[in-house]
Ligand binder design. Structure first.
Ligand SMILES: [Zn+2]
Length: 244
């Protein structure tokens, strides 16, 4: 049933691609590979949006607002999809409240070519900790992460709210065979930021910012993003490696 939903989303998306694709005619520079040791993608047509957690896995829950990460992430992903609709073929990893194992998310993403993966999460930590950050691992995902982080930092107020880029080898940044990033849209454990995250207007701003980062990457590739990080031949990330 879940797979059917994705296939149907893909079929609808194919029509959209044929009438409006950024960089149309120029072709795509997405290279599907295990390590991602090459420049970032340009002209890609498929965006896979992954709402973190789901079902019995709620992710973080705010003690201030009661909001659960799985719901905030899904709401944000739906808004990103609406922002991108018409210009990209958008595939949702999940479109309602059910659980998908991380390795299965990786497998589904890796089945696509000409695609990028953006996983949406909200963070938790000490009450005083706040801000947005974006995780990446692969060289081909650096500029996408940087573009998204730049936009969401501005959308969330900038300054101390910008925790920047983090190069971390976790399953959703190391294991897919396509460019992939994981976005943390703020801390549900922060009293002030959790109230912000509970506000639909903030999630709308965040979604618009993520969508702009994706659009800019599709239009410009790595141009203007500075030197790429060095390649690292690291093994696949396992569940025991780090928090995700
Ligand atoms: Zn999470």
């Amino acid at each position: 049933m879940k797979i059917l939903r994705i296939l149907m989303a893909g079929a609808v998306g194919l029509f959209l691609v044929s009438c409006a694709a950024p960089g149309g005619g120029a072709g795509s520079s997405v290279r599907r590979s295990e390590y991602g040791h090459h420049p970032g993608p340009k002209g890609f047509r498929t965006v896979i949006l992954d709402a973190g957690h789901g079902g019995h896995d709620s992710g973080a829950t705010s003690r201030w607002t009661g909001q659960m990460e799985k719901n905030a992430a899904l709401d944000t992903v739906m808004r990103i999809r609406a922002e991108l609709a018409g210009d990209f073929r958008v595939v949702l990893m999940r479109d309602s409240d059910y659980f998908i194992d991380l390795d299965e998310r990786v497998g589904r993403a890796s089945a696509y070519s000409d695609a990028i993966l953006v996983s949406m999460h909200y963070n938790h930590g000490a009450p005083a900790t706040r801000g947005t950050e974006t995780f990446y691992w692969r060289m081909d995902s650096y500029s996408l992460a940087k573009r998204i982080q730049r936009e969401i930092a501005a959308a969330s107020g900038g300054g101390n709210n910008n925790r920047g880029l983090v190069r971390r080898r976790i399953r959703l940044t190391r294991n897919p065979w396509i460019p992939c990033v994981l976005v943390e849209g703020g801390y549900l454990s922060s009293p002030s930021e959790s109230r912000l995250i509970a506000d639909p207007a903030y999630r709308a701003r965040l979604a618009k910012a993520v969508a702009k980062g994706i659009r800019d990457q599709a239009a410009y590739g790595d141009v203007g993003m500075g030197p790429l990080p060095p390649p690292i031949n690291a093994p696949l990330s396992r569940p025991t490696d780090a928090r995700e």
